[in-house]
Design a protein around this ligand. Structure first.
Ligand code: GLA
Length: 373
């Protein structure tokens, strides 16, 4: 019996730079202190068994030659990563996998990237594949794009694999492979904390809206004669005629500028300025990119009413989570205000919790009864 390889992989929030990672713009995510744990033990018979602690999910099994379309539901991300590894020529002998998550799924906190990257990292170790973290990230992105069918960028996978405690990652998606640098986050020393408001509105990028936004951006770039929309000049919105494409482009251009402003504010400890930029990002995602929803807008408004310095939706949108920068003594006020506003609308109670910037994926010692060791 082979050893159990365990990897702990954090979720992420994106501080700012939304819907820029497939447009060649800068993004600023951070790994968070809530994680997915993947335990893997090799098998020799070409079978992959997956267990999870997701409510209502049973064990799923497939083979190492699984193809897109053959597995759906919760196990599709596991199957996708197995397929992606095989597709890239990494031969797998079979595996038993246990996936445990302290990240709510569908909350826009990258539980999917944590799962695919965790499986990639654990099997990379168990099967001695020799992949580095960026290669695992790229295979996880291909898994999501080509097997699950959502054409995501590379931000989430890089964030959960390369995150550093106390830092955000400034990723430049205009170059391949994307270079990144760690930006120290010091707001806690100045008496601030970052809060996540998980709206409970189920965020499903697979619904096609994500792909639709990506196509609109590609169309706008093509009309402007560019490879990447983030390279557009200030005249772009004048040159485009279609109002929707103008609005999408306006978001990409203004968000790119906001990322630079946010990094500058973080480096100077200019927290009110950072807060203003975060809130402006939300307005742009709501009005120009049209990826917010009532639950996210209400969470942001309520957080600001309760004294947050700034707040915005984070991640792909259409549900999921918002973030807010607040003084610790105001966290309860934010929670109370958001809950009250949700109660008024008869929405389920949202989850409100503080997060810290955490380290990216790392191996940990493990045993698991299901894995026989
Ligand atoms: C999702 C995708 C990312 C990114 C964000 C939006 O999280 O997985 O690649 O595009 O949406 O910024």
């Amino acid at each position: 019996m082979t050893d159990v390889c365990r990897w702990d992989v954090p979720g992420r929030v994106n501080l700012i730079g939304e819907h820029l990672d497939y447009n060649g713009g800068p993004v600023l995510p951070m790994a968070i202190d809530r994680r997915v744990t993947v335990k893997a033990r090799l098998r020799e018979d070409g079978v992959v068994n997956v267990w999870t602690d997701l409510p209502g999910a049973a064990k799923e099994s497939f083979t190492t030659s699984v193809r897109p379309g053959e597995v759906d539901g919760w196990a599709s991300y596991a199957a996708a990563m197995i397929w992606s590894l095989g597709n890239a020529g990494h031969s797998l002998s079979g595996a038993d996998l246990v996936i445990e998550s302290a990240l709510p799924s569908g909350a826009g906190l990258s539980s999917s990237a944590a799962t695919t990257c965790g499986i990639g990292a654990a099997l990379n170790q168990a099967q001695h594949l020799g992949l580095d973290r960026t290669q695992v990230a790229q295979l996880a992105q291909q898994a999501e794009a080509e097997f699950v069918g959502v054409p995501v960028g590379l931000m989430d996978q890089l964030a959960v694999l390369h995150g550093q405690a106390g830092h955000a990652l400034l990723i430049d998606t205009s170059q391949q492979p994307h270079p990144f640098e760690a930006v120290p986050l010091t707001w806690d020393a100045d008496g601030l904390t970052l809060v996540v408001i998980s709206t409970g509105a189920h965020h499903s990028l697979a619904a096609g809206e994500y792909a639709a936004r990506r196509e609109e951006c590609e169309q706008a770039a093509a009309e402007l004669g560019l490879d990447r929309l983030a390279d557009a000049g200030l005249d772009a919105t004048v040159r485009l005629t279609d109002e929707t494409l103008k609005a999408r482009t306006r978001h990409v251009l203004t968000e790119t500028a906001r990322v630079r402003g946010a990094v500058n504010a973080i480096r100077r400890g200019a927290w009110p300025q950072l807060g203003t930029i975060l809130t402006a990002s939300h307005a742009s995602l709501r009005d120009d990119f049209e990826v917010s929803c009532s639950e996210l807008d209400t969470a942001v408004e309520a957080a600001l009413e309760a004294g947050a310095l700034g707040a915005r939706m984070t991640g792909g949108g259409f549900g999921g989570s918002a973030i807010a920068l607040v003084a610790p003594e105001k966290v309860q006020a934010v929670r109370d205000r958001v809950e009250a506003r949700y109660l008024d609308r008869r929405w389920a109670r949202p989850e409100v919790f503080a997060v810290r910037a955490a380290d990216g994926a790392h191996p940990a010692p493990s045993t698991d009864a299901r894995l026989g060791k």
